[in-house]
Structure formats: structure tokens, C-alpha cells
Design a protein around this ligand. Sequence first.
Ligand code: ADP
Length: 444
Amino acid sequence: MVWFLPRLLAILLALALGGGLGLLAGAMLGLAEIGVIVGAVAAVAAAVAVDVLRAVRLMDWMRGDLSTEAPRSAGFWGELGYRLERALQARDLALAQERHRLEEFLSAIEASPNGVLLLDDKDQIVWCSAVAADHLGLDARRDLQQPITNLVRMPAFVAYLQEGGWREPVSFVAPGGQGNLQVVVRGYGDDGQKLVITQDVTERMRSDAMRRDFVANVSHEIRTPLTVLAGFVETMASLPLTEAERARVIALMAQQTDRMQLLVSDLLSLAQLEGSPRPPTDRWLPVAPLLQRALSDAITLSAGRHQTVLLALPEIELAGLEAELFSAVANLVNNAVRYTPSGGRITLGCVLKPDGSAEIEVHDSGPGIAREHLPRLTERFYRVDGSRSRDTGGTGLGLAIVKHVIQRHGGMLEIDSELGQGSRFRLLLPAGRVRSLGRLARPA
Ligand code: ADP
């Protein structure tokens, strides 16, 4: 009650002063007692009037714009105004800090690749992140307070939301039919609110399907030669064979084991390509010996059945891994030999382009490839003519390896072909991985 004392003292002082002055004035008129009373009452009334005036000014301020300064009166009302002003400022600061924290929190949620949605106990949308709105085809502002089941009508989603429990996430085709979504719901708060998290699982489902297909394809590729081998083993075990028959069966068995070995070796190459770091950009290898070696392998494989031509080569070096680049070129030349009928022509060349990039090209006069197959040729195990591929020792993985290698080197594989018009396979290497020996040789 200390704050009250000055106020009391002021009123007592006013009383004493008013009484004193009243006494003096009253004495002159011969009405000393009345003078004291009138003087005291007038002084207290004046003190009260000042108080009321200050209180009214403070009230006016409180009814008006509280962000302005409180009236600076002296005494009790001045201090009350000042303290109110300080309290309001502290509250505004705390509110601003809270708002800032909330905004940061919401931006962090917005930055998440997953969508977040808050529902009340009636499944009405309370808050919705932009990602969730995009996933579920909602409008993050317009659809607030709308029941979510009126807007997202996927039966799998509606049933999941209503079932309760929500132990496992649910997956369904995204509204609009583009991609797949996975949704998980969790309850929170005391009033049945729900947190809904949405995730785009299109890529994951695609790669799961690819993995399943890949395992099925590998199993199929291995099972066929294994079945043949098992048949031959049984034949050898149960039938008395002549020496000539035995030799023929063993040759056929060797053919099947070769096929399995090739497949395993290609699978290992792919696995290695996928698991290893990008090829170095500072290990340079001349292009000419690389192509000469690939062509000499092709000549051996062709055994004189084709005309092979190596075009004039530019004096350039490529940056990368020799084993990988050789395997890419060798796979293309090998395919050209295997798919081009006897008497055909196979050309291997390389050009340095004006922009500094290089293009290695393998061209054959073979049967060509129909347009509809071109986009799928580099898929693992995709074959246009399965029996021709297998009969010539193909695994269906060659072009997948080529594409992987060239992409790891920052380049591209381009395929140009038409039925009956032969095929052209080009490896494009970016300028950053090509340097001209001629330019290097020149004095600086
Ligand atoms: P494969 O081991 O079956 O040759 P690839 O991945 O190397 O597998 O090639 C995929 C398919 O592309 C082959 O099965 C074949 O049908 C087709 N192909 C590849 N190269 C040629 C070519 N030079 N001429 C015609 N078809 C080709």
C-alpha cells in the first residue's frame, strides 16, 4: 500500500492548505469556522477534480490507440498510465515473439517434402501445408474448415480415416490419377484432432516394381540354361552315350555355362557401375587406341563375315575410366557384329565437334530397329528379337551398361535406326571430358 501514501498525504495537505486559507479568509469576514470548512471542502474538491481529469485522460488513451504513449501526468495516474503502457509493450513483444516462432515452425513444416494436414474432431481442415494441398488436390486457404472427406473422396482414404487405429499407412492413387500417395494419420490433443501426413511414393513404387521385375528377369534368364543343363546331366547319368554323343552334349553344356557366366559378369558390371563414384575428370586416355582395340575384338568376333571400317580419328583424349569407356564402345561394336547379317558393313568413328564435345559412332548396315522399340532398348533385359539375342550370346544387358557408363561420364547415348536401314549408335561426351592433343602440342 506504499503507493497510496503520497496520495493520502496530498489530500491531507490540500485539506490543511484549504482549511488554513479558509480560516484566514473567514477570520477577515468574522466567519472563521465556516471559512475552514469551505476552504477544506474546496481544496479536496480541487484535488478530486485534478484526479478525475487525469483519470479521464488515461481512460481516453485506453479507449483509443494503445500503441501511442500513455498520458504523462504526475502522481498516481501518471504512474498507472506508465505501468499500463509498459505491460502492454511487454505483451506485444511476447506476442510478436510467439508469432515469429509459429511462423518459423510453419515454414519448417512447409519445407518438408511430406505434406501435413491438421483436422479437428469432425475431420474439418484446420491447417494444411502447401505440399499436402498439392498431394490431395486441395486449396490450402479456401478449403479450411471444410470436411476433408467431402474434398478427398478416394474410398481407400475415407475408409482409412474413419477406421481409427491407423497403425499402418495407407497407399492410394493420388487424386487426379497422377502418381501414388501414402498417407498416415495420428491422433493428438484431447479433443480428437488428427495429424495427417502425406507422402508422394510414386518413385518408390516404381523402383519397387523395377526391382521385382529385375529379380524375376534374372531368375528367368538363369533358369533357362539351368533347366537345359539339368536335362543334359540327367541324360548323361541315365543313358549310355557314344563318344560322339557325349562330346556333343558336353559342348552344349559348355554353351549354357558360358551363357550363365556372361549373364553373371554383366550383372556384376552393372552392380559395380551403380555402386562406384563418378569417373575422374583428370585421367586422360587417347581415343584412337581405345577404338582400335574395340574394332580388333569385333574383327575376331566377325571372323571375316563383315566388312569393318575404322574412320580417320581426331587426335583427342577423353577423361574417364578406360575399362568403362572400352566396355561401352565394345558393347556397341559387338552388337553391330551380332545383329548384322554376313556381308554387312560396320563402321567405327569419332569426331570432335565445334563445341569441344566428342562423338563416338558405331554404324552398321544391319536389319535396323523399328521406331517403337527405340525408347526401351536401354532397359535391362529388353530385346527386340529375343532368340537372335540369346543365340548370339546376348544377355539383354549390353545397352543398359553402355547407357550407364556414358551417363556416369556426363554424356549421352543416342540411337538412330529404322527398319531395313541399319543402326547408328552414338556416344556423346561433354567438352569437359575431351581435350585435343593437337591443341596441347602447340607451343603456348
Ligand atoms: P543383347 O544382349 O540382347 O544384345 P543389348 O542391351 O545389347 O542386349 O541390346 C538390346 C536389344 O537391342 C537387342 O536385343 C537387339 O534386339 C537390339 N539391338 C542392339 N544393337 C542392335 C543393332 N546394332 N542392330 C539391331 N538391333 C540391335
